[in-house]
Design a protein. Structure first.
Length: 372
């Protein structure tokens, strides 16, 4: 049996046709057609008035933070459990990421910890919808309102996740999505900036195009030193094709998650991604967390996976443990959960037999430790 990868895009004839069309015809005065179509369709899907396609989610976040004027002497609060992409743009802009603890059940940022971390220097709060799990946006927006601080959504992993039927990414001042090859919808590399704030939309549009305001008759005239974080028409064609299959892509993720849950649900002390009432989880990464009492570490699980030809993926390390972000609060839950959790393989075309195989390896590892 070949190795079971943890992620792999779902590419069909539709994708091949769209990209072939873009590479054949999408030049000259048609060089933006797929980009515009991708942005319009994505905004409609996410429920925002605007969307801007970018070269990555990191780029989208960088643009949004720059548009908010984040800079030296300022602080941005986010969860210690995050991909480094969420923190790096803050550092590049000269501000300080303040890394706070997560909640035990959703593994997303703890709104109480956010509130405690607010200082006069706080300029933004970022909620990351980790592995598809939804942040407590109601609580985060309340903190934001109380201190007049914008709340940003890192929805890179949140495609298909909803809170009271509103798509994540549409609830904060802006949201960012990733279309990296491992994500639920892919353009190879790519991202999307979404917002319903016209002022921020215009700023990001200009900043992302080397500071050139649209409709400026001088055309090659920068009014600001901006950035170049644009998506190509070829990538956008792939994105448009994937978007025609969005429901199917998310349903596959949900099918895989629920099968894992069915197979592992009887194991005491094992938790998986939650889906609280009133929310829908896109389940980008089905994840298991072992209770302390089980004595099973991430390392043990990853070793078993490796021995059985399964591509394991560790849970995110607490960003503060990298020591790249200076002094940070001590975040007990982040450190504890990270040490006893892994993501399970979940590529769309994953067969039932493969899911059963992975679930059995999990079961054997947990039982094996308990028998010792
Ligand atoms: C994937 C990811 C990103 C970055 O996405 P890119 O498109 O690779 O820049 C940011 N945040 C989170 C939480 C992610 O999972």
């Amino acid at each position: 049996m070949s190795r079971i990868p943890y992620a792999r895009p779902s590419i069909t004839q539709v994708e091949i046709e769209y990209v072939s069309d873009a590479i054949t015809n999408g030049w000259g005065d048609r060089c933006y057609e797929y980009i515009t179509k991708f942005e319009t369709s994505f905004a409609a899907y996410a429920g925002t008035t605007s969307a801007i396609a970018t070269s990555s989610a990191t780029g989208a976040l960088h643009l949004g933070l720059a548009a908010l004027g984040i800079g030296p002497g300022q602080e941005v609060i986010l969860a210690d459990i995050n991909w480094v992409a969420t923190a790096a743009p803050i550092v590049h802009l000269g501000a300080k990421p303040v890394l706070v603890d997560i909640l035990r059940d959703t593994w997303c940022v703890d709104p109480h910890a956010v509130r405690r971390a607010v200082t006069p220097r706080t300029r933004a709060i970022i909620g990351t919808h980790l592995y598809g799990n939804t942040c407590d946006m109601t609580a985060l927006l309340e903190v934001g309102l109380e201190f007049n601080i914008p709340v940003i959504e890192d929805a890179a992993e949140g495609l298909g996740s909803r809170i009271e039927n509103q798509h994540v990414g549409s609830l904060g001042v802006f949201g960012t999505f990733s279309f990296h090859g491992t994500k639920t919808l892919t353009t190879g590399e790519g991202g999307m900036f979404v917002t319903s704030d016209d002022g921020i939309y215009e700023k990001v549009l200009t900043l992302g195009n080397h500071g050139r305001a649209r409709n400026d008759a001088r055309k090659l005239w920068p009014t600001d030193i901006g950035y170049k974080f644009k998506m190509s028409n070829l990538q956008a064609a792939l994105g448009c094709a994937q978007l025609t299959r969005i429901d199917e892509l998310i349903l596959e993720k949900r099918r895989i998650f629920f099968l894992y849950r069915e197979l592992l649900g009887d194991l005491d002390g094992l938790s998986m991604n939650p889906e609280p009432t009133g929310t829908q989880n896109g389940f980008w990464m089905p994840t298991i967390v072992c209770d302390e009492t089980l004595g099973v570490s991430s390392e043990m699980l990853l070793r078993s996976f490796d021995n059985n030809g399964i591509d394991g993926r560790p849970f995110f390390w607490p960003l503060s443990s990298t020591k790249l972000f200076g002094d940070q609060p001590s975040n007990q839950i982040s450190y504890s959960v990270s040490g006893r959790a892994v993501n399970l393989p979940s590529f769309h075309q994953m067969k039932e037999s493969e899911i059963e195989f992975v679930a059995n390896v999990v079961r054997k590892t947990v039982k094996g430790v308990q028998q010792k």
